[in-house]
Design a protein around this ligand. Structure first.
Ligand code: SF4
Length: 392
């Protein structure tokens, strides 16, 4: 399909469909980590995915200056005054003429600049904001829920533990400047060695930056560190949405002591290449009132405040889905504008709050944890609802 590319860069343009691809274990094709499109393209190889009709349609929508429906998340974030991924990407490339040199020149047809590998569904954790689609740790728990309640939630595996065959993206790696690894847990991924070794052997590693988004409970192996040393630089972003018992609740069965040891190990790596270790956090129904302690701990530990991402799914984690009477009370406490604005957006699901109450109870029971003890301030607000909700 040939695209109609306007002379001037459209205001609503996103670079992602032209510079990025995000392979995942289910073969869902998307240009970005937000999963825009998520077209089921397991039957297509990497080159075919990059030239897929649906992706070209999305490119054309951006070139037509439309706010594509696939990109609702970015445009919603922009509405509430949060820098969206689209805007952050434009900012990142503002010192280059990427529209002229890469898009109008049609150089993008040879392949992306960035591959964001959603590397596997293998993980050592079963975080409250996750499900069996991204971690193979949930399945026994999901089956127990199915037995007990007739409902396994998003916790029963539909796929066996699988790693994305990363080397299959080599045919479209001509333009690659950056590789990103998301999970599952990317430090447990075994197929990354194929693509990393290929780039080292080709002498291209020195021009390529790496980025990992890790759950902060795994140390990189010596083999991995040896490969990393050949690259231009590495960024490691650690997902830490709570501290101490809040971390252990949200990122079960992770242990805070293990996290401290891993952070120490990463901070003391001597790779001989520019290395940045920093944190990110997912804002969810559980930790909304604990934001300050997370921000301050991360600032003290990494020297910078974390990037805050709002959990869109599962629906029982999205703060937009709190009942109005709960939102009202939270708004009296939370001060940050981005959180206040997001909280006040209309609910995305009518039963999200009820499901939150149900699943927190079921999971507390199975995991031997206590929402009330771990998040006492929020529990004080929802106590009546929590007690009313019977888990059947
Ligand atoms: S606008 Fe946002 S959601 Fe759409 S492709 Fe760009 S980064 Fe992804």
């Amino acid at each position: 399909m040939s695209l109609k590319i306007p002379k001037e860069k459209p205001d609503n343009l996103c670079l992602a469909p032209f510079i990025m691809t995000r392979p995942d274990v289910r073969g869902w094709n998307s240009p970005c980590p937000f999963g825009a499109g998520d077209w089921p393209h397991a039957h297509l190889n990497a080159s075919e995915q990059w030239d897929a009709k649906e992706l070209n349609n999305l490119r054309q929508k951006h070139l037509n200056n439309e706010q594509a429906s696939e990109c609702k998340r970015c445009f919603t974030e922009e509405e509430i005054g949060k820098p969206s991924l689209r805007k952050r990407m434009l900012e990142q490339y503002k010192h280059t003429d990427i529209y002229e040199d890469f898009i109008k020149s049609e150089k993008f047809l040879q392949g992306p600049k960035v591959i964001v590998y959603r590397s596997s569904n293998v993980c050592n954790l079963a975080c409250r904001s996750c499900g069996a689609h991204d971690s193979n740790q949930f399945d026994p728990e999901g089956r127990e829920y199915l037995d007990l309640y007739g409902d396994g939630g998003p916790f029963i595996s539909k796929f066996p533990p699988t790693h994305v065959p990363m080397a299959e993206w080599i045919p479209i790696s001509e333009n690659i400047e950056r590789l990103e690894f998301f999970g599952g847990e990317p430090l447990l991924n075994i197929t990354q060695f194929d693509i990393l070794q290929y780039l080292v052997d080709q002498g291209r590693a020195k021009d390529i930056t790496l980025m990992y988004n890790s759950n902060a409970t795994n140390k990189p192996t010596d083999r991995l560190k040896e490969l990393w040393k050949h690259f231009k630089g590495i960024d490691i972003s650690l997902s830490i949405d709570g501290i101490e018992s809040r971390f252990e609740y949200l990122r079960y069965p992770g242990k805070w002591e293990v996290l401290l040891d891993v952070v120490d190990d990463l901070n003391n790596m001597n790779l001989g290449i520019p290395t940045k270790i920093f944190g990110n956090m997912t804002m969810s129904m559980q930790n909304i009132l604990n934001i300050d302690e997370i921000m301050e701990w991360q600032n003290e530990t990494f020297g910078q405040y974390p990037w805050i991402g709002f959990a869109e799914g599962p629906k029982f984690m999205n703060i937009r889905n709190f009942a109005p009477h709960v939102k009202e009370q939270i708004l009296q406490i939370v001060e940050r504008d981005d959180i206040r604005n997001y909280l006040q957006l209309p609910a995305m699901s009518e039963d999200g709050y009820e499901l939150f109450l149900i699943w927190m109870k079921r999971m507390d029971e199975y995991r031997g944890q206590s929402f009330a003890d771990t998040f006492p301030q929020l529990y004080g607000i929802i106590e009546k609802d929590f007690k009313r909700q019977i888990i059947i």
